[in-house]
Design a protein around this ligand. Structure first.
Ligand code: FES
Length: 590
């Protein structure tokens, strides 16, 4: 039974749209004690009797000075409110926690589920008939979509938009792909401290989130492709006046969704999820998207196996020429037509009948869409690559799967066999990676253990294992690297991540030793630890689980209840009960 009965469709009487009784009416129209209190306290904030007869639109404002990517949200909220008022609704702004990648330690992934819970409870516990969710930085949009999937009241995502391109010496810079490049070259001794400082000033020069096809841009594209954001939303640069216009339209449209009772579960169907995956694969989107899409799908009561991603990746050409896999950035993507233009190119591969927050279908939304720059958005007939960006690897080293962003891998490493150089933990990696005595060469396979959901904790973005200094100075810029960690969507290189089960729960990764031979074959989707089964069984018998990082608080809750990467890293108790039983019973049987 749904907990939020006041907003369920079964409760449909009274003066709301289409004869439904809106949740806000239950608060403001009753003549009992609580109706009196609700009206009285609300009027004290300046709302009038007339206002209280209109649909209430919650505006989830995740502005925070601790989150650079959301620094302009107060301004966007003003435009959303303008649209809500114009359409006959009443806007009520509310906060939730806000997670910005650069500051949060140990990792924002620790707080994604907390933000999803916060957003869900704010939506459930207040007189909100519909909601506009303002997100941007990596984990915020997935957290909000997870909440919207669970609560299922009319909702629209409004992302904050990407930063303008960084500029330096005529070069276009991207955060954070060039953050890695600059620090790498500084470490190799190729640029000075002063040059590094100049680059710091030039790379982030406006409001907005990272402007390459990193996780934020990927999740913004997904929000649009899945139908939960207005067409064009993802790519409009944060400071561009057209984002303000879109914010106002979003405010108008959420009132319309409340009137028509169009809800997230009407929009985020299994077919819409496939559309989102197709767009992700065609865009060279972030590997993080897979964890988030699995989590969103499971909130909707549907499993989303990694094979679905691999199947779609195999049949989806990579056509978006954006960094880190390509050449351009979100600013050029916007000018080339943005997500609508990309989806128009992909139309034969999409489910065109899916409903979206426009109240129209994907096909109807795409009627006017056109590609304005073929250098940025290629056609399906002339792609950058025949396959999509992300490949799912299997083998004894990752029985529940591992991911590699194949479009960002150096060509000579797509098929590679090498000897393992093992780091037992992130701390061990930090201690020894630049040790001149480290027995490593460019053919080695760097292996990082205990960096997964329970291990690190919370699966931080440290899967971009640094190239050892002694190889860097020799000009080596890519090696095969394997971990149970995540990577930033802005990372590049032969990085195998999300290995599941993770080392901290006894996955095969925990058993790798220095000198073991590891085989990677991306085309065959193989990742194999070439150690005999008997030897692995002997090592497994001697294996001991690491101590948990927390003995109290939210960290302990996370450790005890987080699911593995292939199951979206959500908390088990946030899944619908039936799916929870199916997944956890299935895991026990495995
Ligand atoms: Fe927020 Fe990159 S730091 S998107």
């Amino acid at each position: 039974m749904e907990e939020h009965t006041e907003t369920s469709r079964a409760d449909s009487a009274g003066s709301g749209a289409a004869g439904r009784r809106l949740k806000s009416e239950a608060y403001f129209q009753e003549k009992d004690l609580w109706g009196f209190i609700h009206r009285s306290f609300t009027k004290s904030m300046g709302y009038t009797e007339e206002d209280l007869r209109k649909p209430v639109i919650g505006i989830c404002n995740t502005f925070s000075e601790l989150n650079k990517c959301h620094s302009h949200f107060n301004e966007l909220v003003d435009y959303v409110k303008r649209g809500v008022w114009q359409a006959g609704g009443v806007p009520m702004e509310f906060p939730t926690i806000s997670i910005g990648e650069p500051y949060v330690k140990p990792t924002t992934m620790l707080l994604r589920n907390l933000m999803a819970m916060d957003t869900e409870e704010m939506m459930k516990g207040h007189p909100i008939d519909g909601v506009v969710l303002l997100g941007g930085c990596d984990k915020t949009v997935p957290a909000q979509l997870m909440a919207a999937a669970s609560v299922n009241i009319p909702a629209i995502v409004l992302t904050g938009g990407p930063m303008l391109n960084g500029r330096l010496g005529g070069r276009s810079l991207g955060a954070c792909t060039d953050c890695y490049g600059f620090t790498l070259e500084h470490k190799a001794g190729n640029i000075t401290d002063e040059e590094l400082a100049v680059a710091e000033d030039a790379i982030c020069r406006s409001d907005g989130h990272c402007m390459v096809m990193g996780t934020a841009s990927t999740m913004a594209s997904i929000a649009e492709a899945i139908g939960m954001a207005l067409p064009g939303c993802a790519a409009i640069p944060a400071p561009d006046s057209r984002r303000r216009h879109l914010s106002e339209r979003t405010g108008k449209q959420i009132v319309e969704l409340v009137r028509r009772d169009i809800r997230p579960r009407d929009i985020m169907t299994a077919e819409a999820m496939e559309n989102a995956i197709t767009v992700t694969m065609a865009s060279g989107g972030s590997t993080n998207a897979i964890i988030h899409l699995v989590a969103i799908s499971q909130r909707l009561g549907r499993k989303l196996p990694l094979e679905t991603f691999d199947d779609i990746s195999r049949r989806t050409p990579f056509i978006l020429n954006l960094r880190p896999s390509g050449k351009y950035q979100m600013e050029e993507y916007f000018e080339a037509g943005g997500v609508p233009a990309l989806m128009k190119e992909l139309e034969p591969l999409l489910h065109g009948g899916c409903l979206t927050v426009t109240g129209r279908t994907v096909t109807e939304n795409l009627v006017q869409a056109v590609t304005l720059d073929r250098e940025v958005i290629r056609s399906v007939a002339e792609p950058l690559d025949r396959e999509g960006g992300i490949a799912v690897l299997r083998g004894n080293l990752a029985p529940d799967g591992a991911l590699i962003k194949q479009t960002a891998v150096s060509a000579h490493l797509k098929r590679h066999t090498g000897r393992a150089v093992v780091f037992e933990s992130p701390a061990d990696l930090q201690l020894r990676i630049d040790d001149p005595e480290l027995a490593v060469d460019e053919h080695s396979v760097l292996v990082l253990k205990n960096a997964g959901p329970k291990g690190a904790p919370a699966m931080p973005e440290i899967g971009q294992i640094p190239i050892p200094q002694k190889l860097l100075v020799r000009g080596i810029r890519d090696m095969v690297r394997i971990s149970d960690a995540r990577i930033s969507g802005t990372s590049y290189g032969a990085l195998i991540v999300h290995a599941a089960p993770e080392a901290a729960v006894g996955g095969t990764l925990a058993l790798v030793q220095d000198g073991d031979e590891i085989e990677l074959d991306i085309a065959a989707r193989r990742l194999v630890l070439k150690v005999p089964d008997e030897e692995l069984a002997r090592r497994r018998a001697a294996w001991k689980a690491p101590e948990p990082h927390y003995d109290r608080g939210y960290g302990l809750l996370f450790h005890e209840r987080v699911l593995q990467a292939n199951l979206g890293c959500d908390f088990d108790f946030l899944l619908p009960a039936e799916l929870r039983r199916e997944l956890l019973d299935g895991a026990k049987q495995d």
